[in-house]
Design a protein around this ligand. Structure first.
Ligand code: TYD
Ligand code: MG
Length: 458
């Protein structure tokens, strides 16, 4: 059979969905144009299977499994530790995703430097930058530690041998999309290569107890697989968010087998690397305009931490038949819903107005507790009223214009008090529990109409 057609499959480069045919829209993640053709990977290509069978692993009784605390190592960067759930767990796999240039390599270099200073052996594998480039960045962020080894290589076979030989404590792979296994015929960065490489690193992490940090670039197009493809394989998934043009960065845990998710760490990119921001509320509110309409402060809770945010809205006359609705940093559909509530329940006609809503600071939040503040910001912009700069509002808004309770109301009120706010508009059902907090005026509301009345009267 000379004319055997090479077998290929199609993968979604966004989520890794596999299909025998090309498709325009991925049924898995609903993204368009993400399918790329790849040759079928040879079974057992990486030799993982043979190894696993060779290892003396057998079932054990659950009650016999010792519960020795897997020992967390602090990285000397409290914000990073917080996102990881209290430090690095030995033998865990941590994926750090984010847009190119957001600071993934920088933060890992800083973490590695701290860990190397504590005496851990680090192997930093880079498939993207040369030794000199990494050295330059290391000098920029404050030097390298004692036991930090750099290794510029992309061949998976060589890397595996080196890791097995060196047995470092921490291994950094920058980035997974550059790793290449010769036994898999598709190109580096393809779904099969990325999965195959992650599989090998996972085997090394679990069998040798080496903690792995894996960098994954978020890719918008092309045939390069994004980090979502390997989210399910790793223990912890962290994403770097933030506007590339603004200086702060938010590191968010979206999956964590060793801690809570949605915990965030806030950093600022400076000339000498990433610096932690211990008081993010203050940071988010810095630069807030005074005496400006359409600006309302609210509080969201990220993981265990309250975060004050400024919601900005601009309601302007439209010059087109179709008024524009724009939402930056929050859910577009939610904003549309709130516009509808404002129209129907408060009798405000926005049919001839463009509406822009923005969460200042570039952070993305989808919490329903923002609803009331968005609605009030829209209202004050429409009426050109200024909300007192010492007033804060939170609450979920329902379709009939009712203001509903949100979780952790007390935490939100305390945070507002800590930052010098004097008045809080909050859902009535949250009022009773928050009364304990002294030194701050609480105004409970049941409906959006009431809330608007308060703003009107202030
Ligand atoms: P980098 O960590 O290389 O991004 P990634 O690995 O996610 O692609 O970050 C690169 C950006 O950070 C680059 O635009 C320059 C900037 N930067 C600073 O502003 N200060 C610094 O000290 C460093 C090291 C980088
Ligand atoms: Mg990088």
């Amino acid at each position: 059979m000379a004319n055997v057609k090479k077998k290929t499959v199609f993968f979604c480069t966004n989520c890794g969905y596999e299909s025998s045919k090309w498709m325009g829209q991925c049924p898995g993640c609903r993204e368009w144009n993400t399918f790329a053709e790849e040759p079928v990977a040879k079974a057992g290509g990486s030799g993982i299977k043979q190894r696993r069978n060779g290892a003396a692993s057998r079932p054990v009784l659950l009650r016999d499994v010792s519960m020795e605390e897997s020992g967390r190592t602090k990285t000397d960067m409290p914000e990073f530790d917080r996102v990881l759930g209290g430090g690095i767990v030995k033998g865990s796999m941590v994926l750090i995703g984010g847009d190119p240039g957001i600071g993934k390599s920088t933060i890992l270099l800083q973490v590695c430097r701290n860990l190397a200073n504590m005496g851990l052996v680090i192997l930093y594998i880079s498939g993207e930058e040369s030794l000199a480039q990494i050295k330059m960045r290391a000098v920029r962020v404050g030097g390298a530690g004692e036991n930090m080894y750099l290794y510029c290589e992309t061949s998976l076979g060589d890397i595996r041998e080196t890791i097995e030989e060196m047995k470092p404590d921490i291994c950094v792979i920058d980035s997974i999309q550059t790793m290449f296994n010769e036994e898999v015929s598709s190109a580096p960065g393809s779904v099969s290569q990325v999965r195959e490489s992650t599989g090998v690193f996972m085997m090394l992490a679990k069998s040798l107890g080496i903690t792995h940090f894996i960098v994954g670039h978020v890719t918008k197009e092309g045939s390069v697989a994004g980090p979502r493809v390997l989210e399910h394989m790793v223990d912890t998934v962290l994403y770097f968010e933030g506007d590339r043009h603004a200086s702060y960065r938010i590191l968010r845990a979206v999956k964590n087998r060793f801690g809570s998710t949605n915990e965030i760490g806030v950093f600022e990119m400076r000339r000498n690397g990433l610096v932690e921001v211990p008081n993010p509320s203050e940071y988010m509110l810095s630069g807030r305009p005074e005496d400006s309409s359409g600006s309302v402060v609210t509080c969201c809770v990220e993981g265990s931490r309250p975060l004050l945010l400024e919601i900005q809205a601009l309601v302007a006359k439209t010059y087109f038949g179709m008024p524009r609705r724009t939402a930056a940093g929050t859910d577009y559909n939610r904003v549309n819903l709130l516009v509808a509530v404002l129209e129907k329940r408060c009798g405000i006609d926005l049919g001839a107005c463009d509406v822009y809503v923005n969460v200042a600071g570039g952070i993305r939040v989808n919490e329903p507790s923002l609803d009331l503040a968005i609605l009030l910001a829209l209202y004050t912009s429409y009426k050109d009223k200024v909300v007192s700069e010492h007033m804060m509002a939170f609450g979920e808004v329902g379709l009939s214009g009712e203001v509903r309770a949100v979780s952790q109301a007390e935490t939100r009120v305390s945070e507002a008090k800590r930052l010098g706010f004097t008045t809080v508009i909050l859902p009535k059902s949250n009022y009773a529990l928050c009364q304990k907090t002294e030194g701050i005026r609480l105004i409970p509301v049941e409906t959006v109409r009431e809330a608007i009345g308060i703003i009107g009267r202030q």
